[in-house]
Write a protein that binds this ligand. Structure first.
Ligand SMILES: CC(C)(COP(=O)(O)OP(=O)(O)OC[C@H]1O[C@@H](n2cnc3c(N)ncnc32)[C@H](O)[C@@H]1OP(=O)(O)O)[C@@H](O)C(=O)NCCC(=O)NCCS
Length: 161
């Protein structure tokens, strides 16, 4: 039987089972596994999500959280993708692309002109994925994550419509 895949928005108290805590726990667990401390939001997810104009989409695969993307639009001028991750055992099946497309669509709905993000150039799969979906490298930001870890700043501009 084909796996059931859904992309959902994490909303306080609005999930059918009201399981904000359960989902957030799974996201934090994944975050700890996939990111070193200097890149990790594991200790600050709640705080990040409390910020105005920040959203988290998660991908459920047969009822299990298998990935997530966080995005923010501080003003109507621009938005950022602040996190994207897919569980190791579920990678290379198109889920990262689906999550990123869904987050880009959320940003588009906010009428922003540009979506930006930072990514460690050593994260080749992520850099490939961002380029595949139209992001371009804007600048190399030295020491962005830590003294010896740089970041590409990337952007995707929307056409005026
Ligand atoms: C980046 C990440 C989210 C991609 O998720 P994914 O579900 O494997 O991605 P997809 O299956 O949708 O792949 C889409 C594209 O990404 C790129 N890609 C994914 N994995 C890749 C790999 N191992 N090597 C090269 N390119 C890769 C390819 O361009 C791929 O397109 P293709 O299949 O047509 O070649 C996942 O690898 C991940 O969670 N990595 C660890 C966390 C991370 O680096 N996050 C980003 C920084 S915040």
């Amino acid at each position: 039987m084909a796996a059931k895949v859904e992309i959902l928005e994490l909303k306080r108290n609005s999930h059918p089972n009201n399981n904000w805590d359960k989902i957030l726990n799974e996201v934090v667990k994944m975050e700890k596994k996939l990111f070193p401390k200097h890149e990790s939001l594991a200790r600050s997810f709640e705080e990040e999500l409390r910020k105005k104009n920040t959203g988290l989409l998660y991908l459920e695969l047969d009822g299990e959280v298998a990935g997530y993307v966080m995005y923010t639009w501080p003003s109507s001028l621009c938005a950022s993708i602040t996190k994207l991750a897919v569980k190791e055992s579920c990678q290379r099946q198109g889920h990262g692309g689906s999550l990123l497309r869904a987050a880009i669509q959320k940003c588009r709905e906010r009428k922003v002109q540009r979506v930006s993000l930072h990514v460690d150039p050593l994260r080749a799969p992520a850099v490939h994925l961002y380029k595949k979906l139209g992001f371009q490298v804007d600048a190399l930001i030295r020491g962005y994550y830590s003294s010896d870890r740089d970041a590409y700043r990337m952007f995707l501009d929307f056409d005026a419509d």
